[in-house]
Design a binder for this molecule. Structure first.
Ligand code: GTP
Ligand code: MG
Length: 137
């Protein structure tokens, strides 16, 4: 296992519901480190770039509408195996399948509003951190 960096977002639904502190507390309690943190509302073009792999999906428009609908919190989270480790803390994409105890398992009910995003590989972490923190990573 290697020391890794990953992009974590508390999506607009998580910010709206007041779950930023809850998500950060779980990240810190696990033992990961915050290396960058910013509250911002995404421009449409930035959201489309972030979700480029989903351009052809039927839900792409909805996805971009949602992620640009209000402020989100973007973070660089670092630690041993942080990419897979954060995916475990987050739980399955569909909250109905997410294990209780995970963020999505505890706080979400629908796939379109699942509170958090986490990079899914070393390559996507690098790409996504470059979009959100271009001067830092
Ligand atoms: N509205 C809608 N949204 C979806 C659907 N499938 C996926 N999504 C959303 O698209 C996001 C990206 O999908 P994936 O990258 O496959 O899932 P993921 O990697 O677990 O989630 P992210 O960490 O947000 O990237 C998901 O987190 C969902 O919010 C769907 O069928 N309908
Ligand atoms: Mg994804």
């Amino acid at each position: 296992m290697a020391n890794e960096r990953t992009l974590i977002l508390v999506k607009p639904d998580g910010v709206q519901r007041g779950l930023v502190g809850e998500v950060i507390a779980r990240i810190e309690r696990k033992g990961y480190t915050l290396e960058a943190l910013e509250l911002r509302t995404l421009a449409r073009a930035t959201a489309e770039e972030h979700y480029a792999e989903h351009t052809d999906k039927p839900f792409f428009g909805e996805l971009v509408d949602f992620i640009t609908s209000g402020p989100l919190v973007a973070m660089c989270v670092a630690g041993e195996g942080a990419i897979a480790g954060m995916r475990t803390l987050m739980g399955a994409t569909n909250p109905l399948e997410a294990t209780p105890g995970s963020i999505r398992g505890d706080f979400a009910t629908v796939i379109g509003e699942n509170i958090v995003h986490g990079s899914d590989s070393v390559d996507s972490a690098k790409r996504e951190l470059g979009i959100f923190f271009p001067d830092r990573f």
